[in-house]
Design a protein around this ligand. Sequence first.
Ligand SMILES: *Cc1c(COP(=O)(O)O)cnc(C)c1O
Length: 400
Amino acid sequence: MTQEIFTGNFTQTDPLPAQAEAAALAVMRSGRLHRYAEAPDAPSEVSRLERAFADWAGARYALAVASGGYALATALRALGVGPGDKVLTNAFTLAPVPGAIASLGAVPVFVGVTEALVIDLEDLAAKAGEARVLLLSHMRGHIADMDRLMAICDAAGIAVVEDCAHTLGARWNGVLSGRHGVIGAYSTQSYKHMNSGEGGLLVTDDAELAAKMVLLSGSYMFYERHGAAPPPEAFAAVKYDMPNISGRMDNLRAAVLRPQLAELDARCAGWNARYRAVEAGLRGTPGLTLIERPEAEDYVMSSFQFLLLDWVEAAVRAVLDGCGARGVQLKWFGAPEPQGFTSRYGHWHYAAHDALPRTDRVLAGLIDMRLPLAFSLDDCALIARIISEEVTRVAGSRQE
Ligand SMILES: *Cc1c(COP(=O)(O)O)cnc(C)c1O
């Protein structure tokens, strides 16, 4: 029997909406790309994006910045994190997260990951006395029990910054991701849920933190021109104390983002349909562990993860190679060397860490792939068939 092959492109991005194109052209024709190069009577594209995003998130304040990683560092700096301070964060996350902590001269304290791919709340509770800030990464869209997490952090006096690079539009118990902690941070890098190439967004209800973040982002004294910033009084108290660390968003990126916000719900529904198609196709595959999702979680999954728990390295590699040969490119968090976007805490030599054996076990078996909207539901079913066949083949040959 001939084997089925998949010919789609896993690094595919989608074209931007036509309104984004028109808005970008208008910015280019005006020449006003800098956010403070405003037309006399009209708010800038960046201010309008901030207003729209604050409204979307149900937040008092929003700030647009140059990248997701910059947003994280700005949130930490506004909270007073400085050189030598410890910051709790996920052992399972993407490199910009510990990178944001390190950029302040602060020190990440890694909290383990569970088999459900969320932060280990027991490990968090055990380490709660070590820091006064948690930079919480909802890595790959998996959301921990936020009610329990916030109870642990509130009891320990820990401020929570949510890294929602993968949970823009997702909810826990009906509350939007990014609205549980004191600050929510988002990325609009091309492989996230909205795409401006590079970009970041921050939301908070805290006027002092918002004022600090606006000043930190490089506002000079133009803060009154922001679309979703606190009133001038909030700035009076802090404007002499905040360094101007340029990381503003420009009008071109904001112009292409605003129309995407209007399409976000439809796009999230599209990703979830693809996620469920892959999930259904993989269910029941021997040796393959699916990540079961709690009922309180309204996820948005633009990628898919599964576990080959306790498989030896050669067997995992046989699955990756078998799938790769059939056009299904899988990423592996257990690989000895960091590759592409994928690395794990042991690769970040600038950050010392204790051994996390339960985390190592999960990461050693963790397989990951993107789910571009360009894939059809039939594509997703085909991808799942290929993975299932390859896993079954390798699992079978291991038992002989
Ligand atoms: C993408 C990403 C970020 C932010 O990255 P930028 O490329 O700086 O926008 C932060 N956290 C996670 C988990 C990410 O995937």
